[in-house]
Ligand binder design. Structure first.
Ligand code: AMP
Length: 399
């Protein structure tokens, strides 16, 4: 799949709108804990600046749900960008309001404007046409470098592309790199191929899991999502995170895995806690014996050992989602141990998703992985063989 190339655009001296993914994890003090996504966008931004462009950047941060919420301001991102780009980055007060429009229109060559959190506007996630038009009106060129949201048909990712012809839009360097990497991975993965899937929600990853099954040899489940499966198996999961409306789907996934001969692993023991808190009492219990009102917040040592054995012969690993509440030290061991096994592997190791990349980076293993993707959901959908809605309008059509 060939994408419209930024190098073919006649950008010199023009205004460029770049959709980036600056949705970075923050710690409890509001500090950016992993700025990989910001650093990954620098190549494209600098390329445009080298062409004497005026650069307008847009991104979301968290889920402000279409309302202005200062908790999600992009102010910390503007500061970090300023350090990385070594030049001033102006943050607009709104997204397409008076201030943003005024600043965009006055923007000169070599200047950088960052729009406020694009999800302050409800039109973004609704892919509203009028909102897309307003965004498009700010610049002569559109670049998508936001791999992490390219699986979403949102206004700044999909809707906006309809206002630019093929000579005026392209994929940025990061998007190109991610698409190329996963393209190769999916065509010819060296087997055995294992997917380690964790994180909090089954709902976000259910479809991805179903579609991944025919592509992989083993699936190892961890994190909060494991409990929906364990409950469906008839285990007492106490007060662990469970999505009751997805129990049947969980069964479907397990049935399909069996039919396809895919080895499907669930945790056999967990670290259970009385409360969702770092200072809670906790104990190790079998996955079948979580006490009532207790919740499983990490995989236990028996699971870690089992998963190490299972990963032993694997040649390709895709890891998406932490094995426990890794943000709390007490529940981070399972994730840390798995991170070490993956890092030590001689196979191809791919880490996807903000949280997983964050945890790998926190323990200093990021350099040991073959590839750290800036997109969790997006990379899963690519591996399923889907064409992402944000990528589709940027594909070069063969004559
Ligand atoms: P996701 O966004 O779905 O990848 O989920 C990432 C989040 O899942 C992290 O913030 C973890 O703290 C959380 N998480 C992992 N394991 C559990 C668990 N057992 N119970 C609750 N939350 C969890």
């Amino acid at each position: 799949m060939e994408l419209l190339n930024i190098k073919n655009l006649k950008l010199a001296g023009k205004k460029v709108f770049i959709r980036c993914d600056f949705n970075v994890p923050m710690d409890e003090f509001g500090n950016i804990s992993d700025d990989r996504r910001i650093r990954s966008a620098i190549a494209t931004i600098n390329y445009c600046l080298d062409q004497e462009c005026a650069v307008i950047l847009a991104s979301h941060l968290g889920r402000p749900d279409g309302e202005i919420d200062t908790k999600y301001t992009l102010a910390p991102i503007a500061l970090r960008l300023q350090q990385l780009l070594k030049r001033e980055v102006v943050l607009s007060e709104d997204v397409v309001g008076e201030d943003a429009m005024k600043k965009a229109s006055a923007l000169q060559s070599n200047e950088v404007l960052l729009l406020e959190n694009i999800r302050y506007e409800a039109g973004e996630t609704k892919n509203n046409e009028e909102f897309s038009r307003k965004l498009a009106s700010m610049a002569e060129f559109y670049i998508n470098d936001a791999f992490g949201v390219s699986h979403r048909a949102h206004a700044s990712v999909e809707g906006i592309t309809h206002f630019f012809d093929n000579e005026h839009k392209a994929a940025g360097f990061l998007l190109q790199k991610e698409i190329q990497f996963f393209g190769k991975l999916i065509q010819n993965p060296v087997r055995p191929f294992a997917a380690i899937v964790g994180g909090s929600k089954v709902s976000g990853k259910l479809e991805a899991l179903i579609n991944l099954l025919p592509k992989v040899d083993k699936v190892l489940i961890g994190g909060g999502m494991a409990f929906t499966f364990l409950k469906q198996m008839g285990y007492n999961v106490g007060a662990s995170l469970v999505e009751d409306d997805l129990l049947e789907e969980a069964q479907n996934i397990m049935d399909k895995a069996r039919k396809l001969g895919v080895k499907f692993y669930l945790p056999i023991d967990v670290v259970a806690a009385e409360r969702f808190a770092e200072d809670s009492v906790s104990k190790l219990v079998s996955a079948q014996e979580i006490p009532d009102n207790w919740m499983g917040l990490d995989i236990g040592p028996a699971t870690v050992r089992l998963y190490r054995e299972v990963l032993n012969d694997v040649q390709t690993v895709l890891w998406n989602g932490p094995m426990g509440v890794y943000e709390m030290e007490k529940f981070s061991r399972g994730s840390n141990k798995i991170a070490h096994f993956v890092a030590d592997s001689y196979g191809t190791t791919v880490v996807g998703g903000g949280d997983t990349a964050d945890l790998v980076q926190r323990i200093g293993l990021d350099e040991e992985m073959t590839f750290i993707s800036t997109g969790g959901g997006a990379s899963l959908e690519l591996l399923e063989g889907k064409i992402l809605p944000g990528v589709l309008p940027l594909i070069v059509k063969e004559a």
